[in-house]
Design a protein around this ligand. Structure first.
Ligand code: MRU
Length: 347
């Protein structure tokens, strides 16, 4: 990749500020957990796996910035910071998965040395990051087999290197197909209201030499009807045990279009995005964001100030619309209840 989405550098977290793309490539140096929490809420760092990686580093940062050498107080401060990070975004389960993993390290730490706790947490955060890189690589390889040569692939939002610790999930499949020598072309949906498709997916694909065409969300039906699409691949923020998938708002209508026009609709996601405590997608908490994101465009007012707005950031695609879920362990097929149970047991 020709950029670094997130890294631990000079005792702080360095992130590429995605709110500024594609105009400027600015990196933020984050040295407090509060700033990290704000950056996650603001979407400077976003995408389910990347939020998980950021949360891991956030806990390591907390142990560094805790202003005491008393281990009991340090642990208490870290738990408070974990609670702060838990409140940033509700839908991507990777956030909670990473925070629980880090919290367990804090709870299990038996030494009295606060510096030692920091080093242990930092090691774990770096492990979460490198594991995610590996998960993406495997997802890419597994999914690339589905991609025919000269494929036209449609995607939604951004499920690439900007959204993960590696080269991405849905876009990871595309990078892997290219690496295998296949010629691929991507249709990126712009993804209203925050334009992750237009601003981020096109930016990262172009940077990595993948041909991409941008379409507004409402043009997707026409493009699909014109038989220009071989398959659709999207990412996920949380997958329930029956295979229902929460992903960026606009994913569900895309899946309906795929069904109507007989196009295979795939979801690419690692094990860290599955939440088998939930029976179905109805139980997935859906983030509702600020009305201003809809009432203005690039700083210009586009709706009356007083109009009421409903702005859900995600929707849930019912499992029956999904042809397969591309994971690090292969492709899960229907019936998902059974294949997901088997897959989760294996890890
Ligand atoms: O609101 P965002 O930009 O964090 O939403 C991101 C998505 O919906 C992605 O598709 C999802 O997190 C998968 S990223 C590999």
């Amino acid at each position: 990749m020709r950029f670094k989405t997130i890294e631990w550098k000079d005792n702080s977290i360095r992130i590429l500020d995605q709110t500024k793309l594609p105009k400027t490539e600015i990196y933020l140096k984050i040295n407090t957990v509060r700033r990290l929490a704000e950056s996650i809420k603001r979407l400077s760092i976003r995408g389910a796996p990347a939020i998980g990686v950021a949360a891991g580093y956030g806990v390591a940062l907390s142990s560094l910035t805790s202003k005491t050498i008393d281990i009991k107080k340090t642990k208490k401060n870290i738990i408070k910071d974990i609670e702060m990070l838990q409140k940033t975004r509700p839908t991507a389960v990777n956030l909670f998965w990473a925070l629980n993993r880090m919290k367990k390290i804090v709870e299990d730490y038996k030494e009295r040395d606060a510096k030692g706790l920091h080093l242990t947490l930092l090691k774990e955060a770096k492990k979460i990051h490198s594991e995610d890189r590996e998960l993406c690589r495997k997802i890419g390889e597994n999914g690339a087999r589905l991609v025919p040569d000269k494929a036209n692939i449609m995607t939604h939002c951004n499920a690439g290197a900007l959204a993960t610790g590696g080269w991405g999930t849905a876009l990871g499949v595309i990078y892997a197909a290219k690496k295998m020598g296949k010629n691929v072309h991507v249709y990126a949906g712009e993804t209203r209201p925050l334009l992750q498709g237009a601003r981020l997916t096109t930016w990262e694909l172009q940077k990595n030499g993948i041909k991409v065409t941008l379409v507004v969300d409402s043009a997707r039906a026409s493009v699909i009807r014109q038989e220009r699409i071989d398959l659709i691949i999207v990412g996920a923020d949380r997958i329930a045990s029956n295979g229902d998938v929460a992903n960026k708002i606009g994913t569900y209508p895309l899946a309906i279009l795929a069904k109507k026009h007989n196009v295979d609709f795939y979801v690419a996601a690692p094990s860290t995005t599955f939440d088998i405590s939930l029976k179905s997608g109805f139980e997935i908490p859906i983030e509702e964001r600020n009305a201003d994101e809809v009432k203005s465009f690039s700083g210009t007012k586009t709706a009356p100030t007083s109009v009421s707005v409903f702005n859900p950031a995600f929707d849930v695609t019912p499992n029956e619309l999904i042809k397969g879920i591309i994971t690090e362990n292969g492709i899960l097929r229907k019936p998902y209840m059974k294949s997901i149970r088997k897959y989760i047991k294996k890890i």
